[in-house]
Ligand binder design. Structure first.
Ligand code: PGA
Ligand code: ZN
Length: 423
């Protein structure tokens, strides 16, 4: 059995130019593996804590303390341990931290070690990372899991906290569900993206991009965003509702205040049931098959109405609502709200707990979508996570900006080397 020989974390930068952690795990058989962690902007209140230094340097976003926690506390606890026992490694980290929200050592610090350790294990075992994750997922479920190349959701128009425009809904994604392969899905999406750029340009609208690589023009309404995307799909000679479907991430907590959903871009103030009606009309008029965070993360009455009204026809995804937390997801399932969960491993802080959340969803007929964060790096391990867990869906931004494309490019290679089904 290999043993952990050393750990080293350093500060690197993420896609927003802010500090993040890169950690290398070294094993006594000479294996080395590195992981970098992402960071959110429209974060859920109950996410595990991302440890930042505060003060003046890097606008308070430094990660020196978190790095020290890896290089001192975690290193001394993990040297000599067997990295192949991911549950045990993660449990050591959880116990060392000893808080509910990982605020002692920092979820960013802990996750960097958890992923780097998994990567080192897969390398040491001569397994591609997705195969390694597949074994871990199988162990969690108690049966073997079929690997799948996930259907991508590509965020081609950005609003909300990810852009400085006036569009309230945070993400407008295309789902190339009608494609027969991953490469066809990516070709369609890239062509739609470029046609959208062309359409925006001709209308005199901005083609600058937001945090996740989608265009971020000022528009008169959320509906206008959907109309522009429909035009781009048509210009690509594809059909909405058979080739291409739409997914929204409202990130509604960002525009919910004092019990009101305030769409500033179109000057509307709506109650939860009125906002459900607003979404229902969009679902009626466009092939929207997935809505994430359609309601505020604490508006459980709103979530109940939304789930009852469109839960049968639409995937309703809890991101800020469930924050990849097994206990919070269980409570949501009990309340019968939403029917899917967004999986971001930095919301919870370890691979083991992430797999736990995925397994709870699978056992309760909730769907899983593996997701990037708006602040990303070139680390592409979420692509392997998506394939290895067999969940069938990934959202990782536009087909633009290398920190987004790195994930798609990794999927191209996994697809090339294996004969896993698409979607
Ligand atoms: P975040 O956005 O990474 O800024 O939280 C992504 C999302 O809300 O899905
Ligand atoms: Zn979200």
């Amino acid at each position: 059995m290999p043993k952990i020989d050393n750990l080293k974390a350093i500060q690197v930068l993420d896609s927003r130019g802010l500090p993040t952690i890169s950690t290398e795990v070294m094993l006594d058989d000479g294996t080395r593996a590195n992981a970098m962690v992402p960071s959110g902007a429209s974060t859920g209140q109950k996410e595990a804590l991302e440890l930042r230094d505060g003060g003046n340097a890097f606008h308070g976003k430094g990660v020196k303390k978190a790095i020290r926690n890896v290089n001192e506390t975690m290193k001394s606890a993990l040297i000599g341990k067997n990295p192949l026992d991911q549950d045990h490694i993660d449990q050591i980290l959880i116990d060392l931290d000893d808080t509910n929200d990982k605020s002692n050592l920092g979820a960013n610090a802990i996750l960097s070690v958890s992923i780097a350790s998994a990567k080192a294990s897969s390398k040491s075992e001569n397994l591609d990372l997705h195969n390694y994750f597949n074994i871990l997922m199988g162990n969690k479920m108690g049966n073997s899991i079929d690997q799948v190349i996930p259907i991508p959701m590509l965020n081609i128009l950005n609003g909300g906290e990810h852009a400085d425009n006036n569009v309230d809904i945070q993400e407008f994604m295309v789902i190339p569900k009608g494609a027969s392969s991953f490469s066809q899905a990516m070709q369609w999406s890239s062509e739609i993206y470029w046609n959208l750029k062309d359409i925006l340009k001709k209308k005199g609208l901005s083609t600058a991009v937001g945090d996740e690589g989608g265009f971020a023009p000022n528009l008169s309404s959320n509906r206008e965003a959907l109309e522009l995307i429909s035009l781009a799909v048509e210009k690509t000679s594809l059909n909405m509702g058979s080739d291409i479907f739409i997914s929204l991430d409202c990130a509604a907590s960002e525009f919910f205040k004092d019990g009101i959903y305030h769409l500033k871009g179109e000057d509307k103030k709506l109650s939860n049931s009125e906002f459900v009606e607003y979404l229902k009309v969009l679902v009626r008029d466009f092939p929207i098959i997935s809505i994430e965070d359609g309601m505020d993360e604490n508006d459980f009455d709103g979530w109940k109405i939304l789930t009852e009204e469109i839960g049968n026809e639409c995937q309703l995804v809890g991101d800020d609502l469930f924050v990849t937390n097994p206990e919070i997801l269980k409570k949501g399932i009990k309340k019968e709200i939403a029917n899917s969960v967004l999986i971001k491993y930095n919301q919870i802080g370890t691979i083991t707990e992430t797999l736990e959340t995925i397994s709870i969803a699978l056992n309760n007929n909730y769907k899983n979508i593996i997701s990037h964060r708006s602040g990303e790096t070139e680390d592409s391990s979420i692509s392997d996570l998506a394939v290895g867990t067999g969940v069938g869906q990934i959202k990782t931004g536009a087909p633009c900006r290398s920190e987004r494309v790195a994930k798609y490019n990794r999927l191209y290679w996994i697809d090339e080397k294996n004969s896993f089904p698409y979607g």
